[in-house]
Write a protein that binds this ligand. Structure first.
Ligand SMILES: [Zn+2]
Length: 501
């Protein structure tokens, strides 16, 4: 019996003897929240939300930037999202503490004003206080790891005889980049000895985005003469920018539309400026009452130095959450309903409406514009159809579909329609026979005269009707010619009637 087998046997004995391990639970008391999943149990007061909102939050809870691990220097995951300035929610269900989620914090506490301010908060857009962002609100980064093979097993030192000094600017003596180095596109990445070619090879770094080298690890395994493999982990800074996605824990998502200067945002009597401006139109249709309760609960928690329990089914019709937190707010000298008098950040005038104002735990989601933006003038095309390729990575175009086409037609924007669907797509000049209307008929015939063998003459002839006088050049999308060709293969002829305008 090997050592591992002994260990296994010991464990089995312990299990049979019902040895109690500290902190290991086998059974749990039935509770009202027992039917909820791990994700659902993290939603504050889901019993006060319209049910689809809870489902949305269950989706988004998995997409938050947070604290996926603590061994940042050792891990080699392909991609990890990290929130740099997380905080513990002030209004949370007991499940949050049961699973020690404070050790793996997932969001930030933001001061929220529920107010329609400027036009930058329409629909699901959201204004973020620029000063808050600069102080660290929602700061985060992506950790990416890459494995590189260093071809020769014994030697991977830099010995570039031509330019030893220049290379040492970028690479360490082992041929790998310096830790903490800012990686730039086209700069030396790593260097190794290629035994097949008997020379040192310098690889260049490819990457458009600014990033830093976080760690370098040499990897080993149990094979006798393994290839040297190095794991390089990069850190890509991703602080919030316009177009990044956020969400509260009530399925209320929002896209940052503007980083508003703090001095132009509304402020309260005590001089508080919100971190996030939330549009009140987000409440009536979505009915996320739990978020409204959270605003009051978060505010009173901050006021009294508490953390409030957000486990569902704790309050009743007789003893409501609004009343409980309202009285706490009142006790702290605030308005019972959580509203405050606010002043315009533009002209300093007092606002006539009372503004709902409090603290909400916000999640930063991993959908970021810098991963999604796409732009193209002209670029790669499909060889068969001559239409632009699809896909961001390949430098392709954004699809201009049928609905978009209908929209332009309904607006009568025919020139724009032609620009999108013809000029910027697969515009071609094609020959057509005006007498038989065929796009496939015209062919170019090369003729050589016997007396002048070095000179050749080209002439367009229609091979269907035999005429050579009625060949014209027309501007069409290439896909139309392709379509006509395909129809011809089904024995269907297409006749185009041409007119001079
Ligand atoms: Zn013809």
């Amino acid at each position: 019996m090997s050592y591992e087998d002994d260990d296994l046997a010991l464990n089995l004995i312990n299990c049979c003897d019902f040895t109690i391990f500290l902190g290991v639970t086998t059974h749990m008391e039935l509770s009202k929240t027992g039917f909820l999943s791990n994700l659902a149990q993290l939603i504050p007061m889901p019993d006060c939300n319209q049910s689809p909102r809870n489902m949305y939050q269950c989706q988004m809870g998995k997409q938050t930037m947070g604290t996926p691990c603590h061994n940042w220097d050792l891990q080699s995951e392909t991609k990890l999202y990290r929130l740099q300035t997380p905080s513990s929610p002030l209004f949370r269900p007991v499940h949050h503490d049961n699973i020690n989620l404070d050790d793996f914090a997932m969001g930030t506490n933001a001061i929220v004003a529920v107010i329609s301010y400027t036009g930058y908060d329409m629909e699901d857009a959201m204004i973020i206080n620029k000063a808050s962002e600069e102080r660290g609100l929602g700061h985060g980064s992506i950790y990416k790891s890459e494995f590189v093979e260093l071809d020769h097993p014994s030697s991977y030192f830099v010995r570039d005889p031509e330019n030893p000094k220049k290379l040492s600017l970028y690479l360490d003596s082992d041929g790998l980049p310096y830790i903490g180095r800012k990686m730039r596109d086209g700069e030396p990445h790593y260097c190794f000895y290629d035994s097949d070619r008997s020379q040192y090879v310098v690889k260049t770094f490819r990457g458009k985005e600014e990033c830093f080298l976080h760690s370098v690890k040499l990897c080993g395994n149990l094979i006798k003469n393994p290839k040297k493999v190095a794991c390089l982990t990069y850190r890509v800074p991703r602080n919030p920018s316009v177009g990044d996605k956020f969400a509260s824990r009530a399925g209320q998502k929002g896209i940052c539309s503007h980083k508003w200067p703090a001095e132009d945002l509304p402020f309260t009597e005590t001089g508080l400026v919100p971190d996030i401006v939330f549009n009140p139109h987000g409440f009536p249709s979505r009915m996320t009452i739990a978020m409204m309760i959270e605003i009051m609960a978060g505010k009173s928690a901050a006021l009294h130095g508490l953390v409030h329990d957000a486990t569902p089914f704790k309050f009743t019709e007789e003893d409501t959450a609004i009343d409980y937190f309202g009285r706490l707010l009142e006790h702290g000298g605030y308005n019972y309903y959580g509203t405050e008098t606010m002043y315009s950040g533009i002209d300093g005038r007092e606002m006539t409406a009372q503004i709902f104002f409090g603290v909400v735990h916000y999640q930063r989601l991993r959908h970021m514009v810098s991963d999604k933006w796409q732009v193209r003038s002209t670029g790669p095309i499909n060889i068969l159809t001559r239409q632009p390729l699809q896909g961001r990575k390949r430098g392709g175009g954004v699809r201009f579909g049928e609905m978009e086409r209908d929209s332009l037609i309904s607006h009568g924007a025919s020139f724009l329609l032609q620009d999108r669907l013809l000029h910027c797509s697969d515009e071609t000049m094609a020959l057509i026979c005006t007498s038989c209307g065929s796009l496939l008929g015209p062919v170019t015939v090369v003729t050589r005269l016997a007396e002048k063998p070095n000179q050749s003459d080209t002439k367009e002839v229609c091979r269907i009707c035999g005429h050579g006088n009625n060949i014209a050049e027309i501007q069409i999308p290439y896909i139309f010619k392709f379509f006509v060709t395909q129809l011809a293969s089904c024995n269907i002829n297409v006749r185009v009637e041409c007119k001079n305008i």
